[in-house]
Design a protein around this ligand. Structure first.
Ligand SMILES: NC(=O)c1ccc[n+]([C@@H]2O[C@H](COP(=O)([O-])OP(=O)(O)OC[C@H]3O[C@@H](n4cnc5c(N)ncnc54)[C@H](O)[C@@H]3O)[C@@H](O)[C@H]2O)c1
Length: 212
């Protein structure tokens, strides 16, 4: 089935990796089908939302049968480009950056941090989690063309100038962990992850919706 991916709402698209990870585990354990209730329990998304999400890509669950795991998996693989490796760079090998380099996301899907940049001389020329660290001055020269995504874990003040340079070099997506609200042209995608806001929001929900 051919699906126009631009028709999939962004909120749905954001949940796809979550579904994908769970379905891969199901597949590995030999399960052929799954109900929206089972999925809901596992990924903590309500089953009505799951049914709506899945209907966008033509997966219509059958009553008493559920969803075909293989069909869903092949769809997710195509949609999330899991067969292609997405090369990532990380800027700022400090506390947070070092943790990401050690984690490197290859266990979950086909994204990999290929190289990292910093300005601290004690880190330049080292490898962290198997990833080489270069000086930021060498960004233009070192960043390969196939690297399309950057993770920003630098101090807040450096975020915008580094972003501008990354975009000049052809980066298309930025995962921004700094508190800076960076400005980018329309064709660049920024996902901003503010852990303090996430924590505050969790505390807010616990206070105001304690029974949910
Ligand atoms: N540590 C956390 O738990 C945490 C949580 C949420 C957000 N953040 C945000 O993430 C960012 C990084 O935090 P951290 O705790 O890892 O800080 P850190 O000080 O440990 O690391 C920052 C790293 O960036 C490098 N750096 C400084 N200027 C640079 C530049 N111009 N180019 C390249 N590298 C440069 C430093 O040498 C250092 O290695 C900060 O903006 C912080 O607000 C951190």
């Amino acid at each position: 089935m051919n699906i126009d991916q631009s028709k999939i709402p962004q909120a749905t698209a954001k949940r796809l990796p979550l579904y994908y990870r769970f379905l891969k585990n199901l597949h590995a354990s030999g399960k052929l089908r799954v109900s929206s209730a089972e999925l809901s329990e596992a990924v903590k998304v309500d089953s009505a939302t799951i049914r709506r999400d899945f209907s966008y890509f033509g997966a219509l669950g059958k009553k008493g049968y559920g969803y075909n795991v293989n069909y869903l998996l092949s769809f997710f693989r195509k949609t999330l480009d899991q067969d292609e490796l997405t090369a990532v760079t990380l800027i700022g090998v400090g506390n947070l950056g070092t943790a990401f380099l050690h984690y490197n996301f290859s266990k979950n899907n086909n994204t990999k941090i290929e190289l990292a940049f910093d300005v601290d001389q004690s880190k330049i020329g080292t490898e962290v989690g198997g990833v080489s660290v270069y000086h930021l001055d060498e960004l233009e020269e070192r960043l390969p063309e196939n690297v399309t995504v950057a993770i920003l874990t630098v101090p807040v003040g450096s975020a915008q100038p580094i972003t501008d340079r990354l975009i000049q070099k052809g980066i298309k997506g930025i995962l921004n962990f700094t508190p800076a609200r960076i400005n980018v042209p329309e064709h660049i995608r920024v996902h901003h992850i503010d852990l303090a806001v996430e924590l505050q929001s969790l505390v807010y929900f616990l206070k105001h919706y304690p029974s949910e």
